[in-house]
Design a protein around this ligand. Structure first.
Ligand SMILES: C[S@@+](CC[C@H](N)C(=O)[O-])C[C@H]1O[C@@H](n2cnc3c(N)ncnc32)[C@H](O)[C@@H]1O
Length: 412
């Protein structure tokens, strides 16, 4: 979709066509039938734009919930947008950080204190607005820029659709030319997708890492959204690195500067539970009755020893994030399984054990194992009415398989 087609969608005729496209797709029409039905009353360009937008809204429901019904998207913009629960968590932290940045910038943009007191934020890679909408909802005035004019127009339309225009100013621009001085906080979520697909190398982000760091150096405080796998050496000294997982899946890392002592943090959403380094050191010990699987956010943040302390557990192996313990402790930081069998890994042995237990359904988990899970699943040739959790891991350099079931008793 180009900028002109998108602008047409915002006219009364365009809105009418979009409503119609949404209804036609909701009624289950296939794309060809939907296009020919709409072509009877709308020009070809508008039909295409309306149907594209209607199908993006349907796809966006999984991420944006009911807001998707009034928002606008591009395929990349939707894919790259921060999930609202994660954006809201970040916005709440920014709001609660006690940042003060009073004054009016030379260009007239209010730099500090939204109507409800949130600090002004400069978002230098706004996308379709996933983060800026959450910031505005938290009461922060946001000045945003993005390189892509269509994306900018969409972010603006999204702010308007959600009644947040008064707090949001979005313009086309290059982050490299932005000036973070005078704002309470700089927010940057650089694009991690280039011409050749997704990149994990911060030097290949757009804007590039040196540009981002230069902005950070001039900002009173900053928050950078990065991939969870960011190499530790890229985390600036003194910064806090926070890994966030949503419903057990690590979504992102955020690097915070200018707001506190720094360090490592793991946060679980939707609960908001958060863990920081305590200096705990985990012992290692043999497999006990229970096995704990620490959440990926704690693993990425190198906080497995802290999780082990929560469950009075020990590591199976010093380099692998599985914890074992004698007691069942319920914690959202680590689902717990009861171990029924422990065996050195061998396909033959595992297959025999599962056959003996008439196991037909397995959940396979692995950490520190190179086994191809899907291949193993086929090779096991399962049959039976029972189910089981297989944990593949390494203990003192030797591969092991643990047969487990989700822990159910109230206390071991
Ligand atoms: C990961 S997306 C941002 C997503 C956004 N935080 C959200 O939740 O919707 C990155 C955005 O950065 C923009 N971008 C890339 N390079 C840029 C640059 N040099 N200056 C400004 N924006 C840039 C891209 O156009 C893209 O929209």
């Amino acid at each position: 979709m180009d900028l002109d087609s998108f602008r047409t969608l915002l006219t009364p005729a365009g809105r009418g066509a979009l409503d119609e496209a949404v209804k036609i797709l909701a009624d289950g029409a296939d794309p060809v039938a939907a296009a020919s039905a709409m072509r009877r009353s709308h020009p070809a360009d508008l039909t295409a734009a309306a149907l594209t937008q209607a199908s993006l809204r349907r796809r966006a429901e999984a991420k944006f919930g009911p807001d998707a019904a009034v928002m606008y998207f591009t395929p990349h913009g939707l894919e790259q947008a921060t999930r609202p629960e994660v954006a809201a968590h970040r916005a709440t932290r920014i709001r609660a950080a006690g940042i003060r940045a009073d004054g009016i910038r030379a260009d007239g943009i209010r730099a500090g204190g939204g109507p409800e007191g949130g600090p002004a934020v400069l978002d230098v890679c706004s996308g379709i607005g996933g983060d800026l909408l959450a910031l505005a909802r938290a009461g922060c005035p946001v000045h945003a820029v993005d390189l892509d004019p269509l994306t900018v127009e969409i972010a603006r339309a999204n702010a308007a659709a959600l009644g947040l225009s008064a707090l949001v100013d979005v313009r086309t621009g290059d982050a490299a030319l932005a000036d973070p001085r005078g704002y309470g906080l700089l927010f940057a979520d650089p694009a991690r997708r280039g011409a050749r697909g997704r990149t994990f190398d911060p030097m290949a982000y757009s804007p590039t890492w040196p540009v981002v760091l230069d902005l950070v150096a001039r900002a009173p405080a900053a928050c950078l959204k990065v991939a969870p796998g960011i190499p530790y050496e890229f985390i600036p000294e003194g910064a806090e690195a926070e890994w966030v997982s949503y419903r057990g899946e690590v979504k992102e890392a955020a690097i915070w500067t200018g707001l506190g002592p720094g360090g490592r943090r793991a946060t679980l959403l939707p609960s908001g539970a958060t863990l920081t380094a305590s200096g705990a050191e985990a012992e290692t010990g043999p497999v006990s009755r229970y096995l704990y699987e620490p959440d990926g956010a704690a693993v990425r943040a190198h906080l497995v020893a802290e999780v082990a302390a929560l469950v009075s557990g020990r590591l199976l192996d010093p380099r692998i994030a599985y914890i074992t313990g004698d007691r069942l402790v319920r914690t959202e930081w680590a689902p717990c399984y009861e171990v029924t069998d422990v065996m050195p890994f061998s396909l033959k042995r595992l297959r025999a054990a599962l056959r003996e237990r008439r196991v037909g359904v397995v959940t396979i988990k692995k950490r520190g194992s190179a086994v191809d899970v899907e291949r193993l699943r086929k090779d096991l040739r399962l049959s039976g009415d029972n189910s089981c959790v297989i944990v593949l891991t390494r203990i003192e350099e030797r591969p092991f398989a643990l047969l487990c079931r989700p822990a159910t008793s109230t206390d071991g």
